[in-house]
Write a protein that binds this ligand. Sequence first.
Ligand SMILES: NC(=O)c1ccc[n+]([C@@H]2O[C@H](COP(=O)([O-])OP(=O)(O)OC[C@H]3O[C@@H](n4cnc5c(N)ncnc54)[C@H](OP(=O)(O)O)[C@@H]3O)[C@@H](O)[C@H]2O)c1
Length: 315
Amino acid sequence: MSTPSSPHHGPIVIVGQGAIALLAASQCALAGYPCYLQGRAAASQTAMPLDFRRGQQNFPLLLSLRPAHVSKVAVLLVCVKAYDAVAACRQWLPLLADDGCLVLCHNGMGTADAVTAMLGKSQQLWLASTTHGALKTGPHRLVHTGLGATMLGPANLAAKQAFATPAATLIDAMQAALAPVTLTPNIAELLWQKLLVNLVINPLTALHQCRNGELLAAEFQPRVAALINEAVQVATVQGIAIEQAQASALVRQVMQRTAENYSSMQQDVAMHRRTELAAITGFLLKCAKVQQLAVPTHQQLYDELTARLEPWQYQ
Ligand SMILES: NC(=O)c1ccc[n+]([C@@H]2O[C@H](COP(=O)([O-])OP(=O)(O)OC[C@H]3O[C@@H](n4cnc5c(N)ncnc54)[C@H](OP(=O)(O)O)[C@@H]3O)[C@@H](O)[C@H]2O)c1
């Protein structure tokens, strides 16, 4: 159980009760780091049981839920889908101390500006990008499907000013939750690299309902190349240094490494759930519009995919 008392640090509050939030809370519990989960509403219980599985090992955990008196915390980690991120931050920001750190951890882009606008001058915004994989296989069951790593970087002025000497509470909490954590001064570049991969793999696998590795087939290569080319142009105008060849190699590498996997968007479409398309292709289309750049291949892919979805699945 994550004991909500630490001699050195106050607790971290983790917003969300999905796969990544439960993974972060489980790892905190196993590390003995004080941690509370925050679901959509105030908790009526004090803890939730969770069977946490990693490899061949099972850990029966009892995760602490945030009691009403725990507030003004130093670290608030928000692990919700991109489409819920701004609303979740608005809802739970009152829990953050005036000089606290808000960490956003989701796929896709386009939420940081809105969240920055909500923060006080001394409140820091950090963005996290994790390659850990987790799957909720039941209301009280979580499988750590892939051991990964996390990059963490500053996103607003207060965080950028703190970058050289970040708060020990932030580093310790994030190491407990999503280790190993590496700090980067340029998280935007990293998020763009990840976006580039997601821009190709997610909508294509969702449209064709195939595994990531199937996109390596010759028939997809002209479309894959055009998607990468257009995305690199948009990224370049955004001030992100990425070469076409580097982006192509990265996308290919991910397709090969995750050849047997189904992407999150493929699964969302297959299960008739809401997708993160707005924060992935939708974000690129918005950037391109502002820059007055043509991205016809992304637009066509977006149109083809959304034609098969209901509006609530992609807005
Ligand atoms: N799962 C992975 O392996 C993985 C790996 C890397 C990155 N990611 C990314 O990480 C992000 C989170 O993914 P996930 O798999 O954890 O998603 P998830 O399983 O859908 O969990 C999201 C959770 O956020 C909750 N939520 C939404 N709004 C909230 C609010 N205002 N207050 C409190 N909780 C709220 C949801 O509650 P409800 O259930 O009530 O809607 C749900 O429990 C996504 O962007 C995903 O793409 C996931």
